[in-house]
Ligand binder design. Structure first.
Ligand SMILES: [Zn+2]
Length: 180
């Protein structure tokens, strides 16, 4: 079929039909493997786009409105495809008192990035995003903060960056709860 219809046009058709819901794309999946592949790759893109929107909205509300289950769900759902959202989800869980779950989520980031510096970059980008969107500074997360063990490094780092894997969670939970 792709020899008859240019790819951008197919994508546009799928995008328009997909607006009515993924179910409407069913007949295209049934039409054959080439169509099915396009629908699925399109669906993955759509999921990533939706998740980016969820991450941005979730982060904004987490920073400006304070904690809620709805916001955690939003950021958590987006965490599946969006690494920034995964970081935000981990930090927010710790901030809300689910220390162990949050730390576990944050540790999964190290498995998904090529090196520790990349994890720091992601964390700093989320901190910058919160700073850019502005917060009321009510410190709504302070009362929630669960006990965090003193990290092995004792926060002493002789080289940049001033954070290491053992204090990654602590450093950013403090930074972000201090901003909000
Ligand atoms: Zn450290």
């Amino acid at each position: 079929m792709s020899s008859y219809i240019p790819i951008p046009l197919v994508t546009e058709i799928l995008r328009r039909i997909g607006q009515y819901g993924f179910r409407e794309l069913g007949p295209f999946i049934a039409a054959g493997p080439v169509w099915a592949e396009m629908v699925f790759s399109y669906d993955v893109c759509l999921l990533a786009q939706n998740n980016t929107a969820k991450y941005v909205e979730g982060l904004r509300r987490a920073a400006q409105d304070g904690p809620s289950v709805e916001i955690l769900d939003m950021v958590g759902e987006a965490a599946v495809t969006n690494i920034h959202s995964r970081f935000a989800f981990g930090v927010l869980l710790v901030c809300c008192g689910s220390t162990n779950d949050g730390k576990r989520v944050l540790n999964t980031i190290f498995e998904k990035v090529p090196n520790f510096l990349e994890a720091v970059n992601i964390a700093e980008q989320v901190v910058a995003a919160i700073r850019d969107m502005g917060t009321p500074g009510r410190h709504t997360y302070r009362g929630f903060r669960g006990l965090i063990d003193i990290p092995e490094c004792r926060l002493i780092h002789h080289t940049a960056p001033d954070v290491c894997p053992s204090c990654f969670a602590l450093t950013y939970v403090f930074k972000i709860s201090d901003l909000c």
